[in-house]
Write a protein that binds this ligand. Structure first.
Ligand code: SF4
Length: 158
């Protein structure tokens, strides 16, 4: 929902805090996910993730979430889906060149990032974000994160 998206950027600091709290709670529940079976657990987690994040961030379930690095503005709402922006096409009023009625996702990202860290340059040390991993499309990024943290087998193909 567009209005919620803007509210989340305005409230980037508490939103980011709650987001990480939820993420670490899900990680702590790993024994439960293991017991239920990871496949079944991912479906359950993905169901909640999809509904919560679609409402708050217009999440597209890319499976490769970077909200905490983009001021809580989802980069998948950029029509070009660029992960390091903005592009050169931002209009004078700060809106998108492809969707003139929409504020540039990356102008919003910079606005949110400043709320997270006042001298923010989006991510610490101007980290360049990797392109989205399309193999994770429609998967739960929360679940993938859980498995990355808890999987000690060294298998990165969670
Ligand atoms: S970055 Fe991906 S997982 Fe995160 S809100 Fe956007 S579409 Fe959803």
């Amino acid at each position: 929902m567009y209005i919620m998206r803007k509210i989340m950027v305005t409230s980037a600091k508490p939103a980011n805090y709650i987001y990480h709290l939820l993420e670490s709670a899900l990680v702590k529940l790993d024994p439960l996910w293991k017991r239920l079976g990871y496949q079944r657990s991912e479906k359950t987690i993905a169901f909640f993730e999809k509904n919560i994040k679609a409402f708050l961030f217009d999440c597209k379930m890319c499976g490769d979430c970077v909200l905490d690095k983009t001021g809580m503005s989802c980069p998948m709402n950029c029509p070009k889906q660029i992960r390091n922006g903005p592009c050169g096409g931002v209009r004078d009023n700060g809106n998108c060149e492809v969707k003139p009625e929409m504020r540039c996702v990356w102008i919003e990202a910079w606005r949110g990032a400043k709320k997270l860290t006042p001298d923010s340059r989006i991510t610490p040390d101007l980290e360049i974000l990797a392109p989205v991993n399309h193999r994770h499309k429609d998967r739960s990024s929360w679940f993938i994160k859980i498995r990355e943290i808890t999987d000690t087998s060294g298998d990165r193909n969670v």
